[in-house]
Design a protein around this ligand. Structure first.
Ligand code: NZQ
Ligand code: ZN
Length: 389
């Protein structure tokens, strides 16, 4: 088991009614001038916007709004948020939405103090840079952005989508009832993303982290049990609550305590697919993951034991032939993703092999896989992409 540090300064309130109970108190700690940021309008359709603005009014806050933050948030939205914060001398940012809104706001929080070009900030920002405080209200269970310091920003002009460490939220308000309105496709994609955050660390070469593995397996079983319930019965509190809890923990680093870094290969590959084709993050991951797993198993049969563990402890399979069991688990996972209504091939998303070589080169150029214990060559990445067509 490797050394690790646990350093998550976010105060997270979970459960029914946390917005009414804690929003104004959370914001007041930082000041009265707020940037209220949200996405394409779901918060207006659900009534959450009215609830929040009533609370802000009653609390004596003034606010300006950053609206229309895109899924796969763009650097232009970051720039607009920075402009609004500076012009209005904003004290605290309130992000209301999913990973895209929260990530964009993390970059805005840092951008306010960044001298120079904001895309350069994404590329080079050092950890610990000065930021505005950020409070968020989470509306979809997926990325875990409510409990980590990372943000992923897209630059369509350069076909890049890159993660950076900006800041942890100071406070995250997570009410599962706010996710009742998440459409089926986003529920399934978000659930696939949660599972991918686990897979990325679980299929490592570190085998002696019992707690991490147990948490990881438990999250996978929970998501596979609760996502189908949420798809059939969107207002099922227990299912939504379990998905939200799983999302928060899955990307927090906790399921990787003590493990050697893997570099999160599926995420690096998915970010390049999104940078070129603007696809839904979780949908891309659900397509890539089984193909990446088969590639890994074929390339390195010493990984078989890990897959057998996954087969027996997560997928509930049994058998005496380890290799057969390992492949059966991957097939079962693929069938599970299909059962949630997610696309099964990149072709279904309009993706061809035209840019695979450039994407593969970029995946390795950004160096996240450099120190990984599961590196992939450019050629291997192209093979995995092709297997997804
Ligand atoms: O924009 P609105 O109108 O709000 O609609 C959104 C959006 O269309 C909708 N939605 C969200 N909550 C809803 C809802 N619709 C109805 N009712 C609700 N309660 O869902 C759509 C997707 O939203 P988005 O924020 O894009 O989803 P998600 O949370 O999956 O975020 C994806 C982004 O996060 C990045 C991804 O790469 C992607 O850019 N990631 C961030 C990470 C992090 N910060 O740690 C890690 C992840 O691995 C990931 O890379
Ligand atoms: Zn993800």
């Amino acid at each position: 088991m490797q050394n690790y540090v646990h350093d998550i300064p976010t105060r997270l309130y979970f459960g029914k009614g946390v917005v009414a109970a804690h929003l104004t108190g959370a914001l007041s700690a930082y000041g009265k001038r707020v940037l209220l940021a949200y996405g394409g309008g779901s918060i207006k359709r659900t009534g959450l916007y009215d609830e929040i603005t009533a609370l802000l009014r009653e609390g004596g806050f003034s606010w300006c709004e950053l609206t229309g933050i895109e899924p796969n948030p763009r650097i232009e939205s970051v720039a607009e948020g920075v402009r609004l914060c500076k012009e209005n001398a904003v004290d605290v940012i309130l992000a209301v939405g999913g990973g895209s809104v929260i990530d964009c706001c993390k970059a805005v929080a840092a951008g306010v103090y960044w001298e120079g070009d904001l895309w350069q900030m994404v590329l080079t920002i050092p950890r610990g840079s000065r930021t505005l405080p950020l409070v968020d209200i989470l509306t979809i269970a997926a990325t875990g952005s409510e409990f980590d310091g990372g943000g992923v920003i897209t630059n369509l002009a350069t076909n890049e989508k890159l993660p950076a460490f900006f800041t942890y939220p100071a406070v995250s308000l997570c009410d599962p009832e706010l996710t009742y309105s998440v459409p089926a496709y986003q529920t399934a994609a978000g659930s696939a993303d949660i599972m991918s955050h686990i897979f990325e660390g679980y299929f490592s070469r570190t085998d002696d982290c019992d707690l991490s593995d147990g948490i990881a397996e438990s999250i996978l079983r929970s998501v596979m049990a609760n996502c189908p319930i949420a798809l059939k019965d969107p207002a099922n509190y227990t299912a939504r609550a379990n998905l939200m809890t799983a999302a928060t923990v899955a990307c927090s680093g906790i399921p990787e305590y003590g493990k050697v870094r893997t570099g999160w290969p599926c995420h690096q590959m998915e970010h390049d697919l999104s940078a070129w084709y603007d696809i839904t993050h979780g949908a891309g991951l659900a397509i890539l993951t089984p193909r990446w797993m088969r590639h890994l198993l074929k390339k390195d049969p010493s990984m078989t034991g890990r897959f057998v563990k996954f087969a027996t402890r997560v997928m509930g399979l049994t058998g005496t032939d380890d290799t057969a069991l390992a492949y059966a688990a991957i097939d079962a996972l693929e069938a599970y993703f299909a059962s949630t209504g997610l696309p099964q091939t990149l072709g279904e998303l309009g993706i061809t092999d035209e840019h695979f070589a450039e994407m593969a080169a970029h995946v390795n150029a950004v160096k996240h896989l450099d120190r990984a214990d599961l590196p992939l060559s450019d050629e291997e990445i192209v093979q995995i992409f092709r297997a997804c067509l």
